[in-house]
Design a protein around this ligand. Structure first.
Ligand code: SF4
Length: 376
């Protein structure tokens, strides 16, 4: 969903500022794309609509889109309650009418972008919403019967103290949602945030402070009954995001909309990012593709390592070693010795190939080390 009310300074997702003049054309095009993709799909276990700001789309357009999904796809898992249908929501744009429309179309989970409750930090991020509207959005979703909610927060914002972050966490926990995501602020190339940092407008949080904030996050959420199941994601038992788990476990998924990327039987592809080109290109309904990577044993395994290491469940060690042997003859031996080394330093658990609490602080390093073993 490519539309946003404005561009937040830290964001490197594809989005354009919405003037409401292209929503109709976009939805028509998306419906054609969904129609083209439908024959490739079995019953849908999960749907995730992200963006952009999906809740900016007007309710009558949502209704059209939801009708297309119901007509073209088998949504039995979702309507029977075993499946998951998530919409990302901006607190400012949640209305009773929209929530009722979404709930009637099968949406059973909303992920609400709170980011911070502190007006000063929201300003640093150039995030425009009234923090009070987060609770209102959760209530409206509940009132419409959307039973599952998640809240997104950002930490390590320049100038943010441990005390302020702890207050954000407590405020989010008071909402009683089953899921909270906490992302460390990153400075992506080409974003306004990165340019402001380069101009010296602020200094990024230093590494030790960021680690303190993260460790506090894990402890505070654990105390409240939300366990970390991925580096940045915390949930009550059985409330992990099934859709994101499918990404991280390298299952198959289809992609629709500008800049969306899909994964099917080892193939990866990405739709054209620009809305104009997405609207103009129509190959029997399919969107123009800008990147396609055919199956490749080494790349597929490296992707599994990269996402699997970040999960609390970790990776199946014997499957990893076996797949590494297909990539390169010496890889299993190198992997076994690298895993043993990280076990010794206390970053990988003794019994399973999964990070320890200490290891989670070095997840990217562990993943890079394991990926490095795939080559001589
Ligand atoms: S609302 Fe989300 S997608 Fe849109 S600019 Fe802000 S962070 Fe990016």
């Amino acid at each position: 969903m490519p539309f946003c009310a404005h561009k937040c300074h830290y964001c490197d997702f594809y989005s354009i500022v919405d003037r409401q003049d292209r929503q109709d054309a976009f939805v028509d095009r998306l419906r054609r794309e969904l129609g083209a993709l439908a024959p490739a799909a079995g019953p849908l276990d999960t749907i995730f609509v992200g963006g952009g700001t999906p809740t900016l789309l007007r309710p009558y357009l949502w209704q059209r889109l939801l009708e297309t999904l119901a007509q073209r796809f088998n949504l039995a898992p979702i309507f029977s309650g075993t499946g998951e249908f998530t919409i990302e929501a901006n607190p400012e744009t949640v209305t009773p009418e929209l929530m009722d429309t979404l709930a009637a179309g099968g949406v059973n989970r909303v992920s609400i972008g709170a980011q911070s409750y502190d007006a000063r930090h929201l300003k640093t991020l150039e995030r425009w919403h009234d923090p009070a509207n987060v609770a209102r959005a959760v209530e409206l979703a509940r009132a419409a019967g959307i039973a599952r909610q998640s809240v997104d927060l950002i930490f390590a914002i320049p100038g943010q103290s441990l005390h302020e972050w702890s207050r954000d966490l407590r405020t989010a926990l008071a909402l009683g949602t089953e899921h909270i995501s906490c992302y460390a602020l990153t400075y992506e190339p080409g974003t306004a945030m990165t340019a402001r940092m380069a101009r010296g407008e602020f200094a990024p949080a230093d590494h030790d402070h960021e680690a303190d904030l993260y460790e506090h996050t894990v402890a505070a959420l654990r105390d409240a009954g939300l366990e970390r199941y991925e580096v940045s994601n915390f949930a009550r038992p059985d409330a992990a995001c099934a859709h994101n788990l499918a990404y991280w476990r390298q299952h198959d998924w289809l992609a629709a909309g500008p800049s969306a990327s899909g994964h099917l039987s080892g193939h990866r592809w990405k739709n054209v990012p620009r809305l104009d080109e997405y609207l103009a290109g129509d190959d029997a309904g399919f969107a123009p593709i800008v990147e396609h990577e055919p199956p490749n044993a080494e790349r597929n395994l490296a992707e599994w390592i990269m996402t699997g290491v970040r999960l609390a469940e970790g990776l199946d060690e014997s499957t990893l070693i076996e797949r590494a042997g297909v990539v390169e003859r010496g890889a299993p031996e190198r992997l076994a010795s690298q895993i043993a080394e990280h076990r010794e330093s206390g970053w990988i658990q003794p019994e399973r190939l999964a990070l320890t609490d200490a290891g989670f602080l070095f997840a990217d390093r562990v993943a890079a080390d394991l990926m490095g073993c795939l080559r001589p």
